[in-house]
Structures are given as C-alpha cells and as structure tokens.
Design a protein around this ligand. Structure first.
Ligand code: FAD
Length: 488
C-alpha cells in the first residue's frame, strides 16, 4: 500500500507511554495515528505488567490479612482457592481497562492501526498487519506517512540462554497467566517483579526459592527498609540464595533441575515445578529498523534522548522503557506528555509548549509486596556513597496508633534532609522511604515534598489526619527537626 494521509504524529507502541502521548497530542489538536501490534492497547503495563500483577497481589494481601485474623478473634478457616475464577477476575480487570483505552482513543479521534511497525524512511513507517496474539503477521502491509514520530515500543523480559524451552520455565507474562499453583517454585532474580510474583504464588500455596547475583534482594532500596520486608516474608522461602549465579538447567520428568554457583565457587542444585525468570528487561530498540529513519540505537537496544525526549533525529522522539531506566509506567507517561507537547508546540508555533522538557527531580519506586516497600529520591546508601551529609528522621510504626490498630506496626517511615553546612540547619528534603502496608500509596507525598523543596518544618507543620499511616510522614519530619515530643 502507499501513504494516502500524512499524520501530524505517529506513535509507535500502545503502552502507557504510547497511549499517553497519542491522547495528549490529540487533545492538543493534532492528527494522530497509534500503531500497536497487539489487539488491545495498554502495552506491558495493562496487559502483562502493573495491573494484572496488582489484581493478583490484592487477592494475596487479603488472604494474608485474613489468615492473621484468627489472632484477633475472627477465624475464617482455611481458604479454598479456585485458580480459574481468580484468573478470570484478573482478565476482567485487564478487559475493563484496555476497553476503556480503546474508547478514549475513539473519542479523541486517534486512528489506531493494528500491526507490526518498521521504519522505511525518516517520515514513513511500514505496518504489517498482525492477528491473534500479535505475533502472527498476515502479510498485508501499509505505509504511514508522518511529520513527527514518537517511538514507545517498550521492552521485554530477558531470557537466560541456557534455559531449555519448557512450559515450566516462564517469564513474568507466563507467571501472570497463572495456569496452576506449583508446589515448589524458583525465582531467578530477586528484584521487584520476581518478589511480587513470588508473593502471589506463595500465598496461593507454593514454596519458594530465590536466587540473586547481588548481595541482597530488592536492589535500589535502602537495606533497613528491605530488612523489615525480609523479616515478614522469611516464611515463604525455603532458600534465599544471594551472591549466587544460575548456571544451568535441564527439563526432567520430576521437574526443572537448576544448577547454581555461588560467587565463592560453591555449587548446588534444586528441582522445581515452576521457574520464573525475572532477571530484568531489555528494550525493543533493535527491532524497529530505526536506522532506516536515521535514529541511533545503542548496542543494548536503547534509544538515547535529550530532556525534550528527542532522538538523534530532531523530528523523531522516544519515550518509556525504550529510552532507559527506570523502566516504570509513571515515568513513561510523563515523558509521553513532554514529547506530545513539544511536537504540538513546534507544529503550531506555540513557544511555551515547544519548550516543554522532562525535568522531574525524582521518580518513585514501589515494590507492591506485603509489606510494601517504597522509596523516592536520595537513599541513605547513595548519600553515604556520594558523601552527602543528611539528617535522618525516622518514625517507627510501632508508635503509630493506626498501624497498631491495624495489627501491622512492623513498618517505618524515613525522611532524609540536606544537612550540608550551606543548609544552615534548614535543609530541604532529599529523599525518603517507607516500608509497611500501603507504603506505595503514601510515597507520592514525599515526592511532592521533594519537588516543592520542602524542609522538615514544612512537612512537620503540615497537619496530617489522625489516625492515619500517612501522619507517619509528618512525624518523621518532626523527628528530623527535633520537635517530636509525643507520639500518637
Ligand atoms: P510497553 O508497555 O512495553 O509498551 C510497548 C508497546 O509497543 C507494546 O504494547 C508492544 O506490543 C508495542 N510494540 C513494540 N514494538 C512494536 C512494533 N514494532 N510495532 C507495533 N507495536 C510494537 N511499572 C510501574 O510503574 N508499576 C508497576 O507496578 C509495574 N509492574 C510491572 C509488573 C510486571 C510483571 C512488568 C513486566 C512490568 C511492570 N512495570 C511496572 C513496568 C511497566 O509495565 C513498564 O514500565 C511500562 O509498561 C512501559 O511502558 P512503555 O509504553 O514504554 O512500553
């Protein structure tokens, strides 16, 4: 086929980056086409990432909570799990959200083209129609012409090369499919995705082993936060193998036999009904024929961009997982808005819009485990490594009326303030971390405080409602300021 219409903006990829860019561009009055190989919009996040994992984690958290209720005087007895029904609930959640996106695209008159996109020039993308799961190409091709493009093609799970092809070896997508609950499960990679899926499967009845190359689980978070999670989750694991590599695997009738090697040379082996590979994600940059458009792609498949999300080609932008870490949906969405605004500004001669830039100071991270672990901005470990003097305000939830009433007072809230001589004792907040139930819902306040340049007095004097877990943020600030005299 040939190009019969030129679009103002072509967006490649329908994940949180892509649909957010397409919607913002359409809202700003541009003619937009969105290319996605799968039947539904939403990308990894809605279909096989953030949302389905949280649908399952919610159920796991309720099950865990209910199991503690006997101590409080209410015994629900042993749960009876219907995996088919649970999977059905997860599918329904996805369907609601992806259906909503399709409607929003229609309302905004965004043209959605289903197929696999490859660049054929600096202003043209060829789309080969796909069907079924999105992997099957039908052979029917169209070429779309565009003035500007936004690449939002995302990332995919890394596969360890020595793992055999076997249904019992899955990545996060396979784990979310929730075919059945294994007796014994191995999680390769102790990061957020692996530990979230481990939480779900263990609550449903699986025993877990985890293997991690680094010297601790949940890298990136301060160890004091992770320690609380570890103490509460030890019971799920038979073995936590740190500083250990997975070096081989074979499929046998009894299970997947996996070989490990410690960094000190110790060798060991385990047999598993299910193995989850969660060793990271790799960007899709090398699969788009980006060179045909002149767009530079790194050896690892990332596309480098400036703070306006512009690639090496000035009229082509890139956003989301494909431009680098952290690979998080909320980062993709913000980058999407920047790219769409810059493009609209340029095409419409609006200088203010055209000068949009991604200048967020911080991007929060959350492990939606039980308890949750959330952190934002500078960590204590980074402060130490970078020689930044900080004043710490730590509020233990053992002193929080609400946490105690909830029967969940294992957590704490920690804030870090600039304590350099130039701060003269009124240092701004640089970072914070929370471990405890609902930590992820609360970390946004600390992100806001950092963006606004708040100091300990600003946060401590802000009246938080009592009794809430959120007031632990105000209390932590008072601790840092030295004015915390009583506790609720
Ligand atoms: P993606 O969501 O990867 O979307 C890219 C889209 O482009 C895909 O739909 C793909 O089909 C399409 N595509 C790619 N190439 C082509 C092509 N050539 N032609 C046509 N279409 C193409 N993040 C969070 O912030 N919070 C969470 O709780 C969270 N949980 C997660 C849990 C799991 C199990 C996983 C795997 C990820 C999770 N993430 C989470 C990460 C989050 O999913 C990603 O950061 C986010 O989806 C990135 O958005 P994106 O738009 O950059 O790319």
């Amino acid at each position: 086929g040939s190009a019969d219409a030129e679009y103002d903006v072509l967006v490649l990829g329908g994940g949180p980056g892509g649909y957010s860019a397409a919607f913002r561009a359409a809202d700003l009055g541009l003619k937009v086409v969105l290319v996605e190989r799968y039947a539904t919009l939403g990308g990894v996040c809605l279909n096989v990432g953030c949302i389905p994992s949280k649908a399952l984690l919610h159920v796991a958290a309720v099950m865990d909570e209910v199991s503690h209720m006997a101590d409080l005087g209410v015994d629900f007895g042993a749960p009876s799990v219907n995996v088919d029904k649970l999977r059905g609930h997860k599918e329904k959640v996805i369907g609601k959200l992806t259906g909503g996106l399709a409607q929003m695209a229609k309302m905004r008159k965004v043209t959605v083209v289903r197929g696999y996109g490859s660049f054929v020039g600096a202003n043209h993308l060829e789309v080969e129609e796909t069907s079924g799961s999105g992997q099957d190409k039908t052979g029917s091709k169209t070429v779309l012409a565009f003035k500007r493009a936004i690449i939002a093609a995302g990332s995919q799970a890394v596969r360890l090369p020595f793992f055999p092809q076997d249904d019992r070896i899955v990545d996060s997508t396979g784990a979310l499919a929730l075919k059945e609950v294994p007796k014994k499960m191995l999680i390769v990679g102790g990061g957020i995705i692996g530990l979230e899926m481990g939480t779900v499967y263990s609550t449903l009845g699986a025993r877990l082993d985890v293997v991690e190359m680094m010297d601790g689980l949940m890298q990136g978070a301060d160890r004091d936060l992770v320690k609380v999670w570890e103490k509460m989750n030890k019971h799920r694991f038979d073995k936590i193998m740190l500083k250990t590599k997975t070096v081989g695997a074979e499929a046998t009738a009894e299970g997947i036999k996996v070989q490990f090697e410690g960094l000190d040379g110790t060798k060991s082996e385990g047999v598993y009904d299910l193995v989850l590979q969660a060793v990271g994600r790799t960007p899709n940059g090398k699969k788009l024929a980006a060179d045909k458009a002149g767009v530079a792609v790194t050896d690892r498949g990332f596309i480098n961009v400036d703070i306006q999300m512009r690639t090496s080609v000035p009229h082509i932008f890139a956003i989301g997982d494909i431009v680098g870490q952290p690979m998080l949906a909320h980062k993709a969405v913000h980058e999407a808005h920047v790219a769409a605004e810059v493009i609209a500004g340029e095409l419409q001669g609006n200088k203010e819009l055209a000068s949009a830039a991604f200048n967020a100071r911080v991007i929060p991270s959350v492990a939606y485990t039980d308890p949750e672990v959330a952190w934002v901005g500078l960590t204590e470990e980074q402060a130490k490594a970078q020689g930044i003097k900080v004043k710490k305000g730590l509020f233990p939830w053992a002193a929080s009326g609400r946490a105690i009433a909830n029967g969940r007072d294992e957590g704490f809230t920690k804030l870090l303030f600039d304590d350099s001589p130039e701060a003269h004792g009124h240092g701004k907040i640089l970072g914070g971390g929370i471990v405890g139930t609902h930590a992820g819902d609360m970390i946004g306040e600390i992100a806001l405080a950092i963006e606004m340049g708040a100091d300990a007095v600003d946060i401590g004097k802000t009246i938080h409602p009592h009794p809430t877990l959120g007031e632990s943020i105000g209390m932590a600030a008072e601790v840092a300021h030295g004015s915390c005299t009583d506790v609720p």
